[in-house]
Design a binder for this molecule. Structure first.
Ligand SMILES: [Zn+2]
Length: 209
């Protein structure tokens, strides 16, 4: 039986805004909701993707599609909230427990991880001289080094770049970007909903999230 959570409305509204534009999405979300609305060549999941398992010992550079085993484990949960030990996923090479391929102390930064960065870097290289919008959605102050600070630096250094952050609590605009940015302290879902409703469907800017 399938138990998939529905895709949030903001994802659909965002894609409506990006329709027909040249864009790339970089996300630290690990819940793979973006993969439901955008093709993976336009997506860089730089903190992993919980649809995959990796060896907890990182004994080899391979990640494994885990949907079937996750459903199997889910269906086997008994009244004590346990599963049979033989269902615990094990590394095919060393026998260690597998774990989701997401940022943590043992996060595997191998081939797939490098590919994710390669996609965003190739996009930036190709578009750095164009009019470009760095749109930041919901990045908190806990891990600013992955998206927020690179966006600030790129907006500052690229001549035609502009920065928008939407965040109900942590919408920050550095002094240096006061002429090149806008901090919107509002609920992201509401802003995207309104923007999608207002959209004219025209524009030539490049968007990154
Ligand atoms: Zn292993």
């Amino acid at each position: 039986m399938e138990h998939e959570c529905p895709t949030g409305q903001p994802y659909y509204d965002l894609m409506k805004l990006l329709q027909g534009r040249n864009y790339h999405i970089m996300t630290t979300n690990q819940d793979f909701q973006f993969t439901r609305v955008v093709s993976e060549d336009k997506l860089s999941a730089i903190q992993g993707d919980s649809r995959y398992y990796q060896c907890s010992r990182r004994c080899h550079d391979e990640i494994y599609w885990n949907k079937e085993i996750v459903y199997k484990m889910n269906d086997a949960i008994d009244e004590h909230l346990c599963i049979p030990p033989e269902l615990i996923p094990r590394c095919p090479k060393c026998g260690a427990e597998m774990e989701p391929w997401v940022r943590g102390y043992t996060f595997l930064e191998g081939r797939k991880y490098k590919e994710e960065y390669h996609k965003i870097n190739a996009f930036l290289t190709a578009n750095k001289d164009n009019k470009i919008l760095f749109l930041e959605l919901g990045v908190g102050r806990m891990t600013p080094m992955f998206i927020q600070e690179p966006f600030w630096n790129l907006t500052y250094s690229l001549p035609q770049a502009y920065y928008i952050t939407i965040n109900p609590k942590d919408a920050l605009l550095p002094q240096e970007l006061s002429q090149k940015g806008w901090a919107i302290k509002e609920d992201i879902a509401a802003v995207l909903w309104d923007a999608a409703a207002l959209m004219s469907g025209k524009g030539d800017s490049v968007c990154i999230i």
